[in-house]
Design a protein around this ligand. Structure first.
Ligand code: FE2
Ligand code: FE2
Length: 313
């Protein structure tokens, strides 16, 4: 079996190289990655962007070397086009664009149709996958253990926010500077976004350093039937309420930006940076909705219920 030694790859090329290797795998085939730290973040990224179509097996689990066997599951191409659209209706637009009938002809698999029409299957698969990214309609968050779900949120959404904020604040400031005379609303957009960036950066830290570790402790206490001391913040609904208020503020900020920009409508004279800023803002808002949904509607209420089952000293 092929071994990919990740330690030899330049950091920014690591994940792309692994994804490429994975995408090229035939069903049921596997490869091994070698690493000098636990590649768990990759696991979450692969899960988010490709779905539950692989197995992840530690052959060696530290403390110096980590070896993981990643295997593609069988029959990934067996799903019919109709089934794919039922699971995620947005995929219909890809099929429509390519002239693939997803209604009456929906009983065929993608491979069958592509073979028949002479369409490049890999290209279509790539296009369809772009819908999975940061959206994850195929993942059942409601079934996830809470420690797993909090790791998922950190590895996907927090990572996205942390990567986006510096770039976006710089861009918003720049665009406001250049186009603020003609489009004064951009000054307000930059001001609001900068303040959101500051607040939300702190928000993530509170979750990662205080709330999420506590939720994990609850999960462990339940599993191991252990008692817990009462947390310094009291019951878990104290921090979750605070987090929800902060989510609301972020939502209000993004709503104000959306209104100021008239739903991210670009003026005729918009330059490239202007376009990129609006695109990123829309993407950021979308990610925020998904992120907050997972916390407000799943993670937090379930933590409150879980906490009630734990015995405190
Ligand atoms: Fe969060
Ligand atoms: Fe949050």
């Amino acid at each position: 079996m092929e071994i990919l030694d990740v330690t030899l790859i330049e950091p920014r090329f690591k994940h792309p190289a692994i994804f490429k290797k994975f995408d090229e795998l035939a069903d049921e085939k596997a490869f091994i990655i070698n690493n000098d730290h636990d590649p768990k973040p990759l696991y979450y990224q692969l899960l988010a962007e490709r779905g539950q179509i692989f197995t992840w097996e530690y052959l060696e689990n530290g403390p110096e070397t980590w070896q993981v066997k990643i295997q593609k599951k069988l029959n990934q191409n067996e799903e019919t086009i109709g089934e794919m659209v039922t699971k995620d209706f947005r995929k219909a637009q890809v099929f429509k664009k390519l002239g693939i009938d997803f209604c009456c002809g929906g009983k065929k698999t993608l491979k069958e149709v592509c073979d028949k029409k002479g369409i490049d299957l890999k290209k279509v698969e790539e296009e369809l996958r772009s819908f999975n990214e940061k959206d994850n309609t195929t993942l059942d968050f409601n079934q996830m253990e809470l420690d797993f779900l909090s790791d998922y949120i950190v590895n996907i959404h927090h990572k996205y926010v942390k990567e986006s904020l510096p770039f976006m604040t710089e861009l918003a400031t720049k665009v406001a500077k250049v186009h603020g005379d003609q489009h004064p609303e951009l000054l307000e957009v930059a001001r609001i976004f900068n303040s959101l960036a500051q607040d939300f950066g702190l928000h993530l830290m509170k979750e990662e350093n205080i709330l999420f570790p506590y939720i994990k402790e609850l999960v462990t206490a339940k599993k191991e039937d252990k008692h817990l001391p009462t947390a310094s913040f009291g019951k878990v609904n104290n921090p979750t309420q605070m987090m929800e208020t902060e989510h609301e503020q972020a939502g209000v900020d993004m709503g104000a930006i959306r209104k100021l920009t008239n739903n991210y409508q670009l003026p005729q004279d918009a330059c490239n940076s202007y376009r990129i800023l609006f695109k990123k803002l829309a993407e950021f808002e979308n990610d925020l909705f998904n992120h907050v949904h997972l916390e407000n509607n799943i993670l937090f209420p379930k933590s409150i219920v879980l906490e009630k089952e734990i015995i405190f000293d």
